[in-house]
Design a protein around this ligand. Structure first.
Ligand SMILES: Nc1ncnc2c1ncn2[C@@H]1O[C@H](COP(=O)(O)OP(=O)(O)OP(=O)(O)O)[C@@H](O)[C@H]1O
Ligand SMILES: [Mg+2]
Length: 354
């Protein structure tokens, strides 16, 4: 168990001497708390940021968490996409006994997709289809950029998300879609299968069965989110955790996508994204983003940003180089998961669910 920490100090020191002032708490998640802050730079430059302070505990080596966070940040440093929440700095507090790792991120002012979906649901409203598609497209682009951007040394960034859910997507008051917390799920327990109760609905079946996750697990999570926005929650009201986990292992959805007003091609895209067998899914989110964008254009949902970019880079920008890094290719990831191999499937650890 990670311990709750006492109230944090109001400033943090970066190793290079700069100070991060914590202005006010924004909220708390499963692994720490987020504050609005300011990085005090040279020449009076004061940059507004979000600061996430990660929890530590006596039985968790915070050095391990820091090393994993550093690794994520090194990969994330090369990712360039407006929907990718930039990690500006990672470091740890100077508490001698139990230093707390922290990440300084681009500050997004807006709402999480989770709270938007909740409030629409509470008001009995459907999610507008164009909103759902734009959010899914931008999130797919961010996931694609995290895999295929070029790092400073020329290698691919090859960064998986690993914990995608509507909580990790922020919709800014400028109308931008922003995806954060890449790699966060593996900071504490790199082999945990289902990250939290709230993430169950977006967990790929092979992940719930304890098989290695790769880029196709992120495709499933994104597909499950799009499915939820177009159809409704994955589980019927009152479904218990054990039944939900059974449904997740079988890639089942409480309601299928039969919305008559949606084009068949769009339904096929969603079905392919949430296919039970990873072989039948999009290989990575960039491939999903191409199909989504094409279908949205057919539906007349081209946003201005897409038209401008099309003019700049051309329509067929498909560039799908082989992933190189171990982040995108965890051990055994080249082994196609065998979903019917019951004897290789460990039980989901209830302790992973909060
Ligand atoms: N870069 C950011 N800019 C602004 N607000 C943020 C940023 N990152 C996170 N937040 C907000 O801070 C709060 C806490 O975020 P946090 O990521 O810790 O929890 P969460 O996303 O709710 O759950 P999880 O632990 O699964 O990530 C949430 O309301 C989240 O929307
Ligand atoms: Mg989060």
């Amino acid at each position: 168990m990670r311990a709750a920490h006492p109230a944090t100090t109001d400033s943090l020191a970066l190793s290079d001497g700069r100070i991060v002032t914590l202005v006010e708490p924004i909220g708390r998640g499963s692994v720490g708390e987020v504050h609005r802050g300011v990085v005090e730079g040279a020449w009076g430059v004061r940059r507004p940021v979000a600061v996430k302070l990660y929890d530590t505990s006596a039985d968790q080596d915070s050095g391990d968490v820091m090393r994993r966070l550093g690794r994520v940040a090194r990969h994330a440093a090369g990712v360039r996409h407006p929907a990718f929440i930039q990690i500006l700095e990672v470091d740890q507090t100077d508490d001698y006994h139990q230093p707390r790792p922290f990440a300084v991120m681009e500050l997004v002012t807006g709402e999480s997709l989770a709270s938007l979906l909740r409030s629409w649901r509470e008001h009995g409203l459907r999610v507008p289809v164009d909103f759902a598609l734009v959010v899914a497209l931008k999130a797919a682009e961010a996931l694609g950029a995290a895999l295929f951007s070029e790092s400073a040394d020329g290698s691919l960034t090859s960064l998986l998300h690993g914990d995608l859910s509507p909580r990790q997507i922020l919709v800014s008051d400028q109308g931008e879609v922003k995806v954060g917390d890449f790699g966060q799920g593996a900071l504490y327990d790199p082999v945990s299968h289902v990250r939290s109760r709230s993430a169950i609905a977006y967990t790929a079946p092979e992940v719930a069965r304890g098989l290695p996750r790769d880029a196709r697990a992120d495709v499933f999570s994104l597909g499950a989110m799009l499915h939820e926005m177009l159809v409704g929650p994955r589980f019927a009201a009152g479904t218990g955790t054990a039944d939900a986990l059974d449904m997740v292992r079988d890639a089942e959805f409480h309601m299928s996508l039969v919305e008559p007003n949606l084009p068949r091609a769009l339904r096929k895209i969603v079905d392919r994204a949430v296919a039970a067998n990873p072989i039948q899914r999009y290989a990575h989110a960039r491939a999903l983003s191409f199909d989504l964008r094409r279908e949205m254009l057919r539906m007349g949902l081209c946003d201005a940003q897409t038209s401008i970019r099309q003019a700049v880079v051309g329509w067929c920008e498909v560039r799908t180089p082989t992933l190189t890094s171990e982040i995108a290719s965890p051990r055994r990831s080249d082994v196609v998961p065998k979903l019917d191999a019951e004897d290789t499937i460990p039980e989901i650890r209830r302790a992973d669910l909060k």
